[in-house]
Design a protein around this ligand. Structure first.
Ligand code: GLP
Length: 258
């Protein structure tokens, strides 16, 4: 049995596409290739892209391609994946500000193309439902690129998240708050809650790309791709979509896979 077959859910379900590449630079390039391909095929696609250390290289590559005119991103509808509750683009320590600095500005995207998670809404529950409807109005997500938290979270779907969860408010774990504090230079305080697209929102995308890099993610990648399907490891639910999942991981992250 090949590694590719071994990590499938069952014989009756089509298998995910696993790409184990040499290093972080390769993860970044291949992820940028997949995003580019989707945008070329569907110029007005609704897509979601993650924050974190992992996608930095992908964003650099995408922004370069856009600036050089190799990739036309002007019709894309970019839906943000998650945000701290009560924070927005004007807060230095927000995910949206991070995304703006890392991708929106370098790629010179029009703010009108970007849909922000309604994390500052007066009524966040109905605003979250409206966010889902906005995605639907744009034809649903053609593509979701996600990273993997060290506790297996996807977006901010922390352990305990249901496979059919939708955009909602979630309590952040101490581990995730500590991890994310490192994204910012100053002594930023990471809020205790966030608003995130749900696992169900992400899994409804036509294509989901999981990017994972580095030895520190080897254990959680093993649990994600080869462990039980469980809310304890939200990333494990990515396998429920079979061949609509492309996992792009480097050798260090893949070191413990069978
Ligand atoms: C963060 C984000 C996720 C991200 C994950 C991994 O908390 N909410 O969207 O994928 O953690 O981050 P990193 O790539 O920095 O390891």
């Amino acid at each position: 049995m090949t590694q590719h077959e071994a990590i499938g859910q069952s014989d009756s379900v089509s298998k995910l596409h696993l790409h184990v590449v040499a290093d972080y630079a390769e993860v970044s390039r291949l992820a940028a290739d997949v995003v580019s391909r989707v945008v070329q095929d569907y110029p007005d696609a609704a897509i979601t892209l993650p924050t974190g250390e992992t996608p930095r290289g992908m964003y650099e590559e995408l922004a370069r391609r856009i600036r050089e005119g190799i990739l036309d991103f002007s019709g894309v509808q970019l839906f943000c994946l998650d945000e701290y509750l009560g924070k927005g683009i004007d807060d230095a320590a927000s995910l949206t500000a991070w995304l703006s600095e890392t991708f929106l500005q370098p790629a010179r995207l029009d703010p009108a193309q970007v849909h922000f998670v309604p994390s500052q809404a007066a009524d966040p529950v109905s605003a979250a439902a409206a966010y889902e409807q906005e995605i639907e109005r744009h034809g649903g997500l053609k593509l979701a690129v996600v990273g993997l938290g060290r506790n297996g979270h996807v977006g901010f779907n922390e352990p305990g998240s249901a496979v059919d969860s939708r955009t909602r408010i979630i309590d952040l774990t101490e581990e995730s708050r500590n991890q994310n504090a490192s994204y910012y230079d100053g002594e930023e305080t990471i809020p205790g809650q966030a608003m995130t697209m749900g696992l169900g929102t992400i899994l409804d995308a036509d294509l989901v790309v999981l990017i994972v890099s580095g030895a520190a993610k080897a254990d959680i990648l093993l649990a994600t791709l080869e462990g039980p399907l469980t809310p304890d490891v939200p990333g494990s639910f990515l396998r429920t979509i079979g061949s609509r999942l492309i996992a792009i991981v480097d050798q260090e992250a893949a070191a413990k896979l069978s």
